[in-house]
Design a protein around this ligand. Structure first.
Ligand SMILES: [Zn+2]
Length: 171
């Protein structure tokens, strides 16, 4: 007796969450998209479609296209009839959604974690208040440039250990 392949049960949403834990932020590869807190919902329909709802950290952030592609790659070959990425723009992402684990990983990577809290608008021009050096924890830091390697990060320099570092501001 042979088992038809179609009877293989479909992976559930819990399995999708586990696979999404392996999808990294293209700009900060130590962070997964779950660390970032951008995955809002996962559903698997009866038709076998996987739907992943994400909220961009920053509208117009180019990394979002790459993240969408990486989600598709992570779920490809898992038995879904299709994979759909839905963008949920409201409520807007806040740094509160980033996991504590994620903030620690970011700091260990040498990037100061985001300081924007829920309800606050994204500041176009930053100031140094509340910022500390990810290497030596000194708060004696100065802003070097509003834009670092990408528009999502700004450049700082520590006045204590003199190391430059990036601050993750929107993504
Ligand atoms: Zn320092």
């Amino acid at each position: 007796m042979t088992q038809p392949i179609q009877q293989k049960s479909l992976p559930d949403a819990a399995a999708v969450w586990r696979w999404l834990a392996d999808v990294k932020d293209p700009e900060v590869p130590v962070l997964s998209i779950l660390d970032l807190g951008i995955v809002r919902d996962v559903r698997v329909t009866e038709e076998g479609e996987a739907i992943v709802m994400i909220t961009p950290t920053y509208s117009g952030c180019p990394a979002m296209d790459v993240i969408g592609m990486n989600i598709r790659l992570a779920l490809a070959g898992r038995g879904f009839s299709s994979v759909r990425i839905e963008m949920q723009l409201q409520p807007a992402w806040t740094t509160d959604w980033m996991s504590e684990d994620g903030k620690q990983k970011l700091k260990a990577y040498g990037i100061a974690p985001p300081t924007r809290m829920s309800g606050q608008e994204l500041a176009l021009f930053e100031d140094e208040s509340g910022m500390s050096c990810p290497r030596c924890d000194s708060t004696d830091v100065r802003l070097v440039s509003n834009y670092g390697a990408t528009s999502c990060k700004s450049m700082y320099q520590c006045n204590s250990c003199h190391e430059p570092f990036e601050h993750f501001k929107c993504h």
